[in-house]
Write a protein that binds this ligand. Structure first.
Ligand code: ZN
Ligand code: ZN
Length: 285
């Protein structure tokens, strides 16, 4: 897509996300990222829980992009936002939902991509002393992945006590001791740092998402030519190979435009035309 070749796009981030975004947006679209100086994206909601995010991930993401565009006076903006918690389908498994948006104010376009990251180190533990975390620290990837430490039940005056950017085990141990000492139950809460620059697993998800978003922007609508053509959702009903009844498996994919109302349905990209009877509500109830 020639449309954006050589243009600048504002990316509001304090957390090094340009490392994941710069290459796909440059190589697929010819866009150059520009980072506004002195922007505090944590004001829009932060992972340390000190600032609560207003109005959901999409809302925060769009606002962040607009703040960056306003700071730089650019009509193009990018932002991403992550949410972490139990997996929607598997409550015992941690998952991350990453959303990323591209705004083109001149053309009135808003182009989104979303990613459910099944691989995440999102986790937390309570500890009175560092020895209780042996094993767990390796599991969450410390020190390559960051940790945040705070009192589990903060004593009066210690409500905002928070240790982060801990580079090694000795400094982590000192933070746990200090947080436990400031907690009424003598325990520290230790949680994974989900800020992109302290979480290589999350940075890898952002790289995948950035590639998908850049590819979607590079796809023109077959009807009006606007950028951002891509998959909207999937249509279930793949027929059973024994009885022909529709199954819950994906039958077709629905594509759509962000600018006009044009949509198209396409067959599954893997070419599968019939479902194994094990998925059929009639043959295998
Ligand atoms: Zn069947
Ligand atoms: Zn269109």
């Amino acid at each position: 897509m020639e449309r954006y070749l050589g243009s600048k796009v504002a990316l509001a981030t304090m957390h090094g996300k340009e490392k994941a975004l710069a290459r796909p947006f440059h190589s697929l679209l010819g866009l150059e990222l520009e980072l506004p100086a002195g922007i505090d994206t944590d004001q829009l909601g932060s992972f340390d829980g000190l600032v609560l995010r207003q109005g959901g991930a999409e809302h925060a993401c769009r606002r962040k992009a607009l703040v960056g565009m306003a700071a730089l006076g650019l009509p193009l903006g990018l932002a991403s936002e992550g949410s972490f918690g139990p997996h929607p389908g598997m409550p015992f498994l941690a998952a991350g939902l990453e959303v990323m948006v591209f705004l083109d104010q001149e053309r009135g376009l808003e182009i989104w991509e979303r990613l459910v990251a099944r691989r995440t180190n999102f986790n937390h533990r309570s500890a009175a002393e560092p020895a209780e975390l042996e094993g767990w620290l390796a599991q969450v990837g410390f020190p390559a992945h960051g940790l945040m430490v705070r009192p589990e039940h903060p004593c009066s005056g210690a409500e905002t006590l928070l240790f982060k950017d801990l580079p090694d085990h000795p400094q982590l141990a000192r933070a746990i001791d200090a947080a436990a000492a400031a907690s009424s139950n003598g325990r520290a809460q230790v949680e994974t740092d989900m800020r992109a620059h302290r979480n290589p697993t999350r940075m890898a998800s952002l790289r995948v998402l950035a590639n998908r978003l850049a590819r979607r922007i590079a796809s023109a609508c077959p009807s009006c030519g606007a950028p951002g053509w891509g998959r909207l959702d999937v249509v279930p009903g793949l027929p059973c190979s024994w009885c022909g009844m529709p199954t819950p498996l994906t039958h077709r994919e629905r594509f759509g435009c962000v600018s006009c109302s044009h949509t198209e349905e396409h067959p599954r990209p893997d070419g599968l035309a019939e479902a194994d009877p094990q998925h059929c509500p009639l043959c295998n109830p």
